[in-house]
Design a protein around this ligand. Structure first.
Ligand code: NIG
Ligand code: FE
Length: 434
């Protein structure tokens, strides 16, 4: 008698389970452990993986309401995008034209463009409009294999607009098949009304915004809520970053920091000292700070689409982080200024070429380590019994293809919590219907 379950994927040519290591991320030179299996199958029930094993064996022992034949393809965990600014209104195509003609990102920001420009469009948008503009981007992310996506606020920059952004994230999380992690980024830029009093804005964040955000969290957001700061010349300096992070920590928020995108301010050591879950960008990080990060539990999140999007030659020195023993993850940083991109496949392709990650390292950085960078590794990021059935079937036979090819979508079928969330093949959908 076979056991009745609701979901079974059989005939997997190459399965990457991408295990956690000792309950933590894959650190240093141990990055790239894909936990490979051949001729495998995954059995799940009510959205949770119950067995991973040999395809013929599992097909004989289980009868599933929904059974998918992977036809020898590659299967991986759903990709995790641990750093995005995917929620915004409008665009900045004209700034891109100026940047290509020679203006720098910082120059445009100093003139009131950049983040503050998107802030104006976002403040003026209704929550409906914000959701309508964001959904196609989330659809594209999901269609390219991302089943869990972090999403930051940071285009409101006053209390009501930042709370409106959090509310939009919560609504999208309920409605969209992708699972969202939420980050409060009130410290993304100094808004124009505080141009002459940046410390006054920091006080507003600490004394008014954070308490409002915490109240919002207690009423609407059961999981971890993060607080992020853009620590950079022209944004928040090291002292201001410390004030905000310490206040956020006292409220029980998880900490993230944008550091060393353009200039090194020494925030790596600060983040490690405060127990931040991640430091992101880490392009011009000093050796001392790399060492401090590597000695801590803080994950370094590289965002290769950002230098690519800005046409800059410097990328995160990923091999130095790996040599120092740090845990490394990768993300899109999807945003309207430095890098409007939705595909973690593209991120893996860039990471192989410019961060010098092997295809196996890139995949682990885009799955299990990315899940740890947003505190979701208890249920996503790897294919392990007890975790959510978040699975991608790829239109390629083996994992190196995910970094080797680029520019077209290689995802065949994307599964979230044991349900098809996207498929490029109508026959798969028809088979799903039974
Ligand atoms: O991570 N660096 C700060 N924030 C974003 C850019 C946001 C924007 O330009 O709208 C980033 O690159
Ligand atoms: Fe960012």
């Amino acid at each position: 008698m076979s056991e009745s379950i609701d979901f079974l994927v059989t005939n997997i040519g190459q399965l990457c389970t991408v295990p956690a290591h000792d309950g933590g991320p894959q650190r240093g030179h141990r990055l790239g452990d894909l936990g490979l299996r051949e001729h495998a199958a995954i059995a799940a029930h009510e959205g949770i993986i119950i067995e991973v094993g040999d395809s013929i064996d599992l097909a004989a022992r289980y009868s599933a309401t929904h059974q998918i034949d992977a036809e020898g393809r590659l299967v991986t965990p759903g990709l995790v995008d641990p750093h995005t600014h995917v929620l915004w209104a409008g665009d900045r195509a004209d700034e891109f034209e100026r940047r290509i003609a020679g203006a720098t990102y910082q120059q445009i920001m100093a003139e009131g463009g950049g983040i503050n420009r998107t802030m104006l469009a976002t403040r003026h948008a209704s929550i409906h409009q914000l959701i309508d503009e964001t959904k196609p981007r989330l659809n594209a992310m999901l269609a390219h294999g991302s089943t869990t996506i972090e999403c930051k606020t940071g285009y409101g920059l006053n209390t009501p607009s930042e709370i409106a952004m959090l509310t939009a994230i919560a609504l999208l999380d309920m409605e969209h098949p992708a699972e969202l992690a939420a980050t409060f980024l009130g410290a993304h830029a100094i808004p124009p009304e505080y141009a002459d009093d940046p410390d006054g804005y920091v006080t507003l964040i600490c004394d008014e915004m954070l308490p409002a955000v915490v109240q919002w969290r207690d009423e609407h957001w059961p999981g971890t809520l993060f607080c992020d700061v853009f620590c950079e010349v022209g944004a928040f300096d090291l002292d201001q970053t410390r004030r905000i992070l310490e206040a956020a920590k006292a409220h029980g928020l998880g900490l993230k920091v944008h550091i060393d995108e353009f200039e090194s301010l020494g925030a790596g050591r600060l983040a490690a000292e405060l127990g931040a879950i991640s430091v992101d960008h880490v392009v011009v990080t000093s050796d001392d700070d790399i060492e401090a990060i590597a000695q801590s539990d803080t994950i370094a999140v590289a965002l290769p689409p950002t230098p690519f999007g800005l046409g800059l030659p410097h990328y995160t020195p990923a091999r130095r982080f790996i040599d120092a023993g740090a845990a490394l993850a990768i993300a899109t940083d999807c945003n309207p200024g430095t890098g409007w991109n939705e595909s973690m496949q593209f991120v893996m392709a860039l990471a192989a070429r410019y961060l010098h990650l092997t295809p196996a390292e890139a995949l682990a950085a885009a799955t299990i380590n990315a899940a740890f960078a947003i505190d979701r590794a208890d249920h996503v990021g790897s294919i392990e019994v007890g975790k959510q059935a978040d699975v991608v079937i790829w239109n390629v036979p083996s994992y190196p293809f995910l970094s080797y090819r680029f520019g077209s979508n290689l995802a065949h079928t994307v599964i979230k919590r044991g349900h098809i969330a996207h498929s490029a093949d109508w026959r798969a959908l028809l088979a799903w219907m039974g």
